[in-house]
Design a binder for this molecule. Structure first.
Ligand code: SF4
Length: 480
């Protein structure tokens, strides 16, 4: 497992299965493929003929289930699992999912990937009506809404609850007799359905989890859709018709694994096309192309192919260092870069290097990598970024929620170039990004959310509206 040197984190990954005697073990393997989406905590909830059992804890999946007995006790033919990185709620075991709710007449488990934009107001309203929350995560809200619905049928209650929550969400719900998957009306987060040879149905944040357990992809969950999986098979339904695909473009740029396919587009292929397009938009002379491992290697391949420059391994990643996301200060982050990456002097010495990276967040990492390449003897370092400049926050499940954290929100391209010490700086254009991903759809922006780059959010921001407006007026200097 590899972790990127970035201060940009996905909120979570979810996996579910119905109809296999080894459901919890397969969920473990599925979650293992999704570990890049969250390393703070993990959990699995199983369903043994209507009896739900759960184990969850802080840490990597392998740490949470270090004792095999923990997994062995999760018997049954159904399971849901979750790997967490928190954007909303504290880092505490109470916030680790799946959540497990027991009532006098029913019980269910819940796993959530995304971020609700009206969580604060819903929570206040629910508490005023007597609800007691056991976590500080916004994921628990849906359970309260389901429980409080007066709709006579369970499906009606779930649909009503789903129509009240706003923002980005992919939910998995495990009931005594069914597994339910649901996606927000814009489909911000990916969610795919697959099938195993014995007929078991699986649902996963990314299709890479299907490969590892031998499942075959059936289709992606659509925006506003609710999928009911039980012993009778799969039933597709929807809780709203007001939908428009706007999947997070950062899934393709950075978050998802290169072997995953999202809405018919392979992530590696999309990244390679971003590199091709970046080469077309790049205007400088250079000798070699060097991708920042690992998420920029696909884009570097595309750039090299299009430009005709050799693609060299000028940066090496140490796979076995600690995770930098737990380091809070800029200084420690910089040290983290040194521990994780080395420049190969024999490759870059005396060369004009095009350094390909997928994105620039605070600029700290880019500055350190440029410095590493120059210290290793590169005569020039031209930074080419496989995405447009990140200038706006995300409220749909990525942990950058203020503009102060983003260098491009506070500085021009030329200022950013100076701060990171590069000889030139090129970002991919927004149109170039949309064309490179190339989802087959009539939706605006090629079915992508590009709000990180243009500030045009596909939905109202609800509870975040005021914070966002205020943040537009504040500027931070990244100069030291
Ligand atoms: S704002 Fe950015 S990170 Fe958030 S969903 Fe949109 S593209 Fe993805």
């Amino acid at each position: 497992m590899t972790y990127e040197v970035k201060s940009l984190n996905e909120e979570c990954g979810v996996f579910g299965i119905w109809g296999h005697p080894e459901a919890a073990k397969l969920t473990y393997f599925g979650l293992h493929s999704l570990q890049h989406r969250g390393q703070e905590g993990a959990g699995i909830l199983s369903n043994d003929q209507g009896k739900l059992k759960r184990h969850r804890d802080m840490g990597l999946l392998s740490e949470v289930f270090r004792n095999p007995a923990k997994l062995d006790k999760l018997t049954g033919a159904g399971a849901i699992g979750h790997v967490r990185y928190a954007t909303a709620g504290e880092a505490s075991v109470d916030n680790i999912q799946p959540f497990f709710f027991r009532f006098h007449d029913m019980q269910f488990g819940l796993a959530h990937n995304g971020n609700l934009t009206n969580a604060a107001s819903l929570k206040t309203e629910l508490e005023q009506r007597g609800a007691i929350f056991s976590s500080t995560s916004d994921s628990e809200i849906l359970a309260h809404l389901i429980r409080r619905s007066h709709n006579p049928s369970l499906l009606g209650k779930i649909k009503e609850a789903l129509s009240l929550v706003k923002g980005g969400f992919a939910y998995l719900l495990m009931f005594e007799d069914k597994l339910i998957a649901a996606l927000d009306p814009n489909g911000f987060r990916p969610l795919s359905i697959g099938k195993m040879a014995n007929g078991a149905v699986v649902v996963s944040s990314e299709t890479c989890a299907f490969e590892v357990i031998g499942a075959e992809w059936i289709r992606d969950v659509k925006p506003g859709e609710i999928v009911i999986i039980d012993d009778n098979g799969i039933q597709y339904d929807s809780y709203t018709n007001d939908t428009q695909l706007a999947i997070c473009s950062m899934e393709y740029i950075y978050f998802a694994r290169p072997d995953s396919n999202i809405h018919g587009v392979n992530v590696h292929t999309a990244r390679k096309r971003m590199g091709v397009q970046l080469a077309r938009e790049f205007k400088y002379e250079a000798d070699i192309v060097v991708g920042v491992p690992n998420s920029s290697l696909s884009a570097a391949m595309g750039f090299a192919e299009e430009s005709g420059l050799p693609n060299e391994m000028g940066l090496i990643k140490n796979q076995y260092t600690q995770r930098t996301f737990i380091q809070p200060t800029q200084e420690l982050r910089e040290q983290g870069v040194r521990m994780k990456l080395s420049a190969v002097s024999g490759v870059v010495k005396g060369k004009r290097v095009v350094m390909i990276d997928d994105s620039i967040v605070r600029g700290t990492t880019s500055r350190r990598i440029v410095q590493l390449l120059k210290e290793a003897g590169a005569s020039e370092v031209h930074v080419a970024i496989g995405s447009p400049a990140l200038a706006y926050p995300c409220f749909y499940g990525i942990d950058i929620q203020t503009r102060q954290e983003l260098i491009a929100a506070n500085h021009t391209v030329e200022e950013t170039r100076q701060i990171i010490g590069a000889d030139s700086l090129t970002y991919l254009s927004i149109d170039g990004l949309i064309d490179s991903i190339g989802i087959e759809t009539d939706a605006p922006n090629g079915g992508l959310c590009v709000a990180y780059f243009d500030g045009k959010y596909p939905t109202p921001l609800y509870d975040y509206e005021e914070d966002y407006r205020r943040s537009l007026e504040e500027k931070t200097s990244f100069y030291k």
